[in-house]
Structure formats: structure tokens, C-alpha cells
Design a protein around this ligand. Sequence first.
Ligand code: FAD
Ligand code: A2P
Length: 276
Amino acid sequence: DIPVAEAAQKPVKTLPDAQLVTSVKHWTDRLFSFRVARPQSLRFRSGEFVMIGLLGDNGKPLLRAYSIASPNWDEELEFYSIKVPDGPLTSKLQHIQPGDEIILRPKPVGTLVLDALLPGKRLWFLATGTGIAPFASLMRDPETYERYEQVVMMHTCRTADELNYGRELVENLRHDPLLGELYGEDFASRLLYYPTTTREESPLMGRITDNMTSGKVFEDLGLPPISAETDRAMICGSLAFNVDVKEVLEGFGLREGANSEPKEFVVEKAFVGDGI
Ligand code: FAD
Ligand code: A2P
């Protein structure tokens, strides 16, 4: 038995792989982001995902895959999450507050990593909904700009408010004084942003697939059409989105790669299921 006074001084870790929540921000009634302490030993490649969760009612961990949205140099880990009304995890996770603990299994994996692509000139990030999370990590990683002259973030959501997490992040990055110092004052021209909505009026509209096949995105951004020589891409959205974008990219002559066999594009599901 440990004497009471000594026990009182021991840090209480109630959960296995527990990590402290440091901040939470709600973006809409369906979306929120939060930050947690980073386990000292956790190394990951920007774009990878981990399993996180809470203790379920049965006392067992209830875990789900989550992309790490923060870059690998960050002292904390950031996540960007959906709130599924009846979702086993997110119906609870949406109520976390600073000071609470979550479970984080420190085994990062995933296909959306720079090493899975051949070198190129321009890198396209193609996302719907919370699929922007891995790119929130990669856009903040200087390695991305070491490898590619230009990065294009295309993000599509049904409504304009669902774009706000990504919009704020990209706007801040494009005018980040440190990145400006590293890469010159025209850094903003190296990170292009193309946010669109499909079910609410906004300055740019339409599905990513349609804006690519029609050529509208290339015209709007003043870029040449995608080619296998210069362009690389990463896709993250619903299964239907991933399948359709893959077809469009293959139409431009790009091939799907993997960690073990780098090619011109890689794909990962933003979630399993039909969406809500
Ligand atoms: P679940 O039972 O897991 O899901 C219920 C239903 O909700 C699903 O069938 C699907 O139709 C829908 N749904 C689930 N997640 C989403 C979503 N993100 N967007 C739209 N509809 C959804 N979720 C995130 O919020 N952020 C992430 O960064 C993230 N990264 C992931 C990475 C990978 C590789 C995978 C496979 C999934 C990822 N997910 C992410 C989804 C996540 O694992 C859970 O499904 C989500 O947290 C909901 O959990 P739940 O238990 O509440 O509901
Ligand atoms: P749309 O409104 O035309 O269906 P969801 O919430 O259903 O996951 O969709 C998120 C965004 O992704 C929406 O803007 C939606 O457009 C778009 N989207 C859904 N499926 C596809 C697809 N197969 N190809 C391209 N865009 C898609």
C-alpha cells in the first residue's frame, strides 16, 4: 500500500495512453477542432493518422482513426472533427473541454505522406469536409515547400461556414512572417487556395471533379492543366469522392502510388461510410 500523502502527489492517469486536452474550438454545430499534449516519444510524418478516443460505457476504449492536423514540429497535436449526432465516439467527444483527457494510441500510419510521391513541381491537396485535416498538417510542414515549388489546396464543402477552419489556417499561413522570411515575400503565391461550396452561394462554387474536368480551376488560378510530368496530388474525402477524383487524375495521366512505390498521387478515406 502507498501511504496516502504519497499517493496524493502521484499524477493521476486514469486512461491508458491518456493525453490532456489543451484547447477546443467549435466551428459549426457539426465541426470542431481541439489540441492535446503530444507524447514525448511520438514521432510522425505530416499527413499520417492515429487512433484516438474515450473510454466507452463498458469501460473499454472506444477508438477511431483521426488524421493529425498539426505539423510534425508542433509541441501539441491538433485534430479536426465531425460531430455525428448518434456517433458512438463523436456524440461524446464533442463535449470535451480543456483539462479533460482523451486516449491516443501513439502509432501513426497513413498513405498521405510526401515520401509516397515522386518529385514534381506542383502538389495538389484535394479534400472535402474533414478530409482537409491531413493537409492542415502538410501545409504547415516546411518540407512540403522544400519539395514542391507550388501547393494548391482545393477544399469543397456543402456550405460556406464549413470552409472556415481551412480558410483561417491557409490565410494565416500565406501571410506567416516566418514562412515569408524562409521563402520570400511572395510565399503567398506558393500556397494557392481554392475553396468551393456546392449547396450554398459563395464566391467559388462546384465540385472538385467538375472544376478540374471543365478546366475552371486552372483558368481561375492561372495554371496549366494537370500533367504527369509536373503535378502530384493527394486525395482525402468520402469513398465516392475519392473514386471520382482518382478517375479524373488518371484521365490526366497520373498513377496511384504508395509508401513502398511512389508515383504521382495517393488517396486516403476521410471516413468510412456514406457521410451524414
Ligand atoms: P462512426 O460510427 O465512426 O461513424 C458514423 C457515420 O458517420 C459513418 O458511417 C459516416 O457515414 C459518418 N462519418 C464519420 N466520420 C465522418 C466524417 N469525418 N465526415 C463526414 N461523415 C462522417 N473523422 C474526423 O472527424 N476527423 C479526422 O481527421 C478523421 N480522420 C480519419 C482518418 C481515417 C484514415 C479514417 C478511416 C477515418 C477518419 N475519420 C476522421 C473518421 C473517424 O474515424 C470516425 O468515423 C468519426 O470520428 C465518427 O466517429 P463516431 O464513432 O462518432 O461515428
Ligand atoms: P455535393 O453537394 O454536390 O454532393 P458530403 O457532405 O456528402 O460528404 O459532401 C461534401 C462535399 O463533397 C460536398 O460539397 C459534395 O458536393 C462533395 N462531393 C460529394 N461526393 C462527391 C463526388 N463523388 N465527387 C465530387 N464531389 C463530391
